[in-house]
Design a protein around this ligand. Structure first.
Ligand SMILES: *Cc1c(COP(=O)(O)O)cnc(C)c1O
Length: 493
């Protein structure tokens, strides 16, 4: 009888070490030289498809050593690097190196953090991580919750808990059929997840009341209140208000305390989308702009954004976690979970949408400890300072218009010197859009866009611990140089 099975999948200890050490060598070299590489090569999908070729599924295997070496090279040669100091697009951060190693460790153990009995210490680590995240953003220790894949899922989880809590009780059994009267409220700047949630979870996109914003891009709470009152008179059933803490385009935080008051007055669920911005509440000077956060029934935040965790890590915090259980728990006969000490086991499958779940908490837990609250406070503050510097430099530059600056997001646009006064607004939009495309393909810097009061802007979001003042100065030079080129190209000068 064989005592050890021979399989093509197993690696001997020696092989594992050889392939693994080589990988770690390559990754550490990559991290050391990331700033010397282009942010992206801007290659076309067609080019990349040609690179992979059209070979069919391999019949026989290849050695792990060979595969890992060639794949590392493939990825390093053809990826966009979020970790590059001049990557300031969207809201994707540089990944903490400890988080990279944490993912390796987590995969090695391959815990299924759906049930405590399957993931004894991992479940406790996730619980502690969630507690620490609540403490980090300064809400009370009552809050608990679950880690999910990202902001969309974190918002969905809170949204569903709110729907369970505030919609008529029979929707759990009868479904949404016939309850087309539910209404939810959020500002026009709210991220696309709201529409997706309304569609996916049966309320329909018309259930969303998109509330106009003030001059400063905050939800207009007066219009909000008026809309709710009108809806009540018309026989609708308002269930939830969503406040944004750091909107995705310009980083603005809604007047959360005003929203909290309205929620109390009308018995509505108060959800805060803090996917990007809420970690800034760790900075004492910024605490006041987050007033009201501590009243939220649910909060979404994204460790894979401003907490620099590698993708994927989002988190839903709920003031009374029983709402999650009420929404997501089920007890099939084939689960022998949580019988021993009643109430002591936490089975995360009962807190969210997923059943089998990975150990994403490990990277967040480790990075929180490696850096500590004060380390984060410093880094987040520096990101904000760099964003302010970007705005100031743009403001001083005759070819740039600084448009907005909130948290760590700056928006600006290129305005050619030779342009006739009064300036041509539509042309400026065309020019800046073309400029952004060119910059994104060029690989020197990666920015994204925002439309602010009908102006097409370049947008920089700094959630990047590698970005320095020098990078910001160089980016200003790149934008003006490429802006001028693009203007000349468009005007045939
Ligand atoms: C990024 C973001 C989301 C979506 O988060 P993902 O992690 O991309 O799913 C939702 N809301 C806001 C405010 C965001 O910034």
């Amino acid at each position: 009888m064989h005592t050890k099975r021979e399989t093509p999948i197993e690696l001997s200890k020696e092989e594992f070490k050889k392939v693994g050490y080589q990988l770690i060598d390559n990754i550490s070299e990559f991290l050391e030289t990331i700033d010397k590489r282009p942010v992206t090569k801007g290659e076309t999908p067609k080019h990349l498809q040609e690179l992979l070729g059209t070979a069919r599924l391999p019949e026989n295997g290849t050695s792990a050593e060979e595969l890992m070496a060639s794949t590392t090279q493939l990825l390093l040669d053809h990826s966009l690097f979020n970790g590059h100091p001049k990557f300031l697009g969207y809201i994707t951060s540089s990944a903490a190196p400890v988080g990279i190693l944490a993912d390796l460790l987590a995969s090695s153990l391959n815990q299924n953090v759906g049930a405590q009995i399957l993931s004894p210490i991992a479940t406790e680590i996730e619980k502690q991580t969630v507690k620490w995240l609540a403490e980090f953003i300064g809400v009370s220790s009552e809050y608990s919750g679950i880690l999910v894949s990202g902001g969309n899922m974190a918002n969905f989880t809170g949204f569903l808990a709110g729907r369970t809590a505030k919609a008529p009780k029979n929707i759990k059994e009868e479904g949404m059929f016939g309850s087309d009267k539910l209404k939810i409220y959020c500002s026009k700047t709210t991220h696309t997840w709201v529409e997706k949630a309304a569609i996916l979870f049966g309320l329909g996109s018309k259930s969303v009341r998109w509330i106009a914003t003030t001059e400063k891009n905050k939800m207009d709470n007066k219009i909000l209140e008026k809309t709710i009152e009108e809806d009540l008179i018309a026989g609708y059933k308002p269930i939830m208000i969503i406040g944004t803490a750091g909107d995705v385009s310009t980083g603005v935080v809604d007047h959360l305390d005003g929203i909290a008051e309205l929620c109390k007055k009308h018995d509505l669920w108060f959800h805060v989308d803090g996917a990007y911005g809420v970690p800034a509440a760790v900075i004492p000077d910024l605490k006041p702009i987050f007033n009201g956060l501590q009243e939220a029934d649910s909060i979404a935040l994204d460790p894979h954004k401003w907490l620099y965790s590698p993708l994927e890590a989002g988190c839903t915090l709920v003031k009374n976690p029983q709402h999650l259980i009420d929404t997501f728990s089920s007890h099939p006969e084939y689960y022998n979970f949580g019988k021993d000490e009643v109430g002591s086991a936490t089975n995360f499958y009962e807190y969210g949408l997923q059943n089998s779940r990975g150990f994403r908490a490990l990277k967040v837990w480790l990075v929180l400890q490696q850096i500590g609250r004060s380390g984060y406070e410093k880094m987040i503050q520096q990101d904000i300072h760099l964003s302010e510097l970007f705005y100031e430099l743009a403001n001083k530059n005759r070819e740039l218009e600084a448009v907005t600056q909130n948290l760590s997001i700056t928006t600006l646009r290129y305005i050619p010197l030779e342009l006739d006064i009064p300036i041509e607004p539509l042309y400026l939009n065309t020019l800046n859009e073309a400029l952004l495309d060119e910059l994104q393909k060029g690989g020197e810097v990666f920015l994204s866009n925002a439309i602010v009061h009908d102006k097409y802007c370049l947008r920089a979001c700094i959630v990047n611990f590698r970005t320095s003042e020098k990078d910001i100065e160089e980016i200003i030079t790149i934008i003006t140089r490429e802006g001028k080129k693009m203007h000349h190209k468009l005007k045939n000068i």
